[in-house]
Design a binder for this molecule. Structure first.
Ligand SMILES: Cc1ncc(COP(=O)(O)O)c(C=O)c1O
Ligand SMILES: [Zn+2]
Length: 423
């Protein structure tokens, strides 16, 4: 297998097009490759990731930047004038204290990083912004992705704003709101009969056949994945430039979890936060929990599964970054947990009723796992904890439709209201 190109003539980037990025580095054998639309190591087929030569970056420089992910542009593979290009300006979402939920779960110091307020209501706007910049640099004529839903929304919207053709591929059984949230931005939403892993395989095939297609999470994946680091940077900055003691992150491909860890490590190396231990926890739905199964079995290899869960955005049975998630969770002293669909639904309602935050099934999975980690004693409740909400509940309304209802339907009279006993 050779690394596919987006367009044969566009593999040499312009000077400074990728900021302080110096090349691509194999995560398995450390082989170095020049910057280009490559994602697999030519030596061992391992995944490539961006390597940098960071300049001295100060907190003040970052704080003087825009209130979006481009405040961290020095740490991303993007040009110095990235703010000038048409993009969705995602990021710098709220970090909320969650005292009510903390009291409910018995956690002393709990925060929710709420990424559901991004432009298309999930954290995927972060990764897509970086992937789009790379796609433009590689002169891609089509901006595309295989998606479990949220990525499709983000790609379709970002492509529309940038004026580039988008084609997004989703499993045909995806939640209706996520389908509509893509179709409104693009006339090329393709529903594939199969699960995400089938869709992903198809995307890799198309990437090999078609010239000029940038699949954000396939052939420009190294650039795409770096966008997830901004979630980690923001949490540290919003905590007053320090790292939390522990963090709970949902896992589908595992990219987001590994990049938050990478972000924390970079901040330590750059002297922007104090070096300290922190624990990383991964959250999966039991119906698609290949990483949690491997963690609990104490093995290093991840055996792919066939997903069957309401947490469709996390339904990746063969996670590309699964082994790295295992490694990080074990090395930091965290864990990987999973929860049933019923626990996912309960957790969605719990977060809504304690903190006024309506999360989608991915957040239900994360909060459900947080609860389970406390109950099983795997999480130290005296430590400062951050839980990430990655997507908005309006995208998965059906998941809780049977869980909640109107309290009463009454005639418009005081007597009728009084009879309900609500007052
Ligand atoms: C809402 C939401 N949370 C979390 C994830 C997991 O992301 P990753 O594939 O980086 O593990 C996804 C993936 O699509 C998602 O849509
Ligand atoms: Zn390699």
């Amino acid at each position: 297998m050779s690394a596919p190109t987006v367009e044969k003539t566009s593999t040499t980037p312009r000077e400074g097009a990728f900021g302080n990025a110096t090349g691509l580095l194999c995560r398995e054998c450390s082989h170095q490759v020049e910057l280009g639309p490559f994602y697999a190591c030519p030596e061992c087929f391992g995944p490539l990731e961006i390597a940098y030569d960071f300049p001295a970056v100060t907190r003040e420089q970052i704080e003087a930047g825009p209130a979006n992910i481009w405040r961290y542009k020095a740490l991303l593979p993007v040009p110095g004038d990235i703010e000038q290009s048409p993009n969705m300006e995602p990021g710098f979402t709220r970090l909320l204290r969650a005292d009510n939920l903390g009291r409910e779960l018995g956690i002393d110091n709990l925060w929710v990083k709420d990424d559901s307020t991004n432009p298309t209501n999930s954290f995927k706007d972060r990764v897509v912004a970086c992937a789009l910049s790379a796609a433009v640099e590689f002169k891609a004529k089509v901006f595309a992705c295989p998606s479990t839903g949220n990525l499709a929304n983000a790609v379709a919207a970002a492509g529309a704003r940038a004026g580039i053709k988008t084609v997004v591929f989703i499993p045909s059984n995806l939640e209706k709101p996520k389908q509509i949230n893509s179709a409104v931005y693009t006339d090329s939403l393709v529903a594939v009969n199969g699960n995400y892993d089938d869709v992903n395989k198809l995307a890799s095939e198309i990437a090999g056949e078609e010239e000029g297609w940038a699949f954000v999470n396939v052939n420009v994946r190294p650039y795409y994945a770096e966008g997830s680091k901004t979630l980690g940077y923001e949490i540290a900055e919003q905590l007053g430039w320090r790292l939390p003691d522990q963090i709970v992150i949902p896992v589908a491909s595992g990219s987001q979890l590994t990049k938050v860890h990478k972000a924390f490590q970079e901040l330590i190396k750059l002297g922007l936060v104090e070096d300290k231990p922190y624990k990383v926890y991964g959250a999966q739905a039991t119906g698609c929990s290949p990483v949690s199964i491997a963690y609990k079995a104490g093995v290093d290899a991840i055996r792919p599964v066939k997903p069957d869960t309401i947490a469709k955005s996390l339904a990746i049975g063969n996670p590309a970054d699964g082994i790295y998630v295992l490694d990080i969770c074990r090395q930091t002293g965290g864990a990987v947990e999973d929860v049933s669909d019923e626990e996912v639904r309960d957790a969605i309602v719990l977060l809504a009723r304690t903190e006024g935050i309506f999360t989608e099934t991915a957040g239900g999975t994360t909060v459900g796992c947080l609860k389970k980690l406390v109950e099983s004693g795997q999480l130290d409740t005296s430590l400062e904890t951050v839980v990430i909400n990655t997507g908005h509940g309006l995208k998965t309304l059906d998941a809780v439709a049977d869980q909640v209802s109107v309290a009463a339907t009454i005639d418009p009279s005081y007597a009728a209201f009084a009879a309900t006993g609500i007052a």
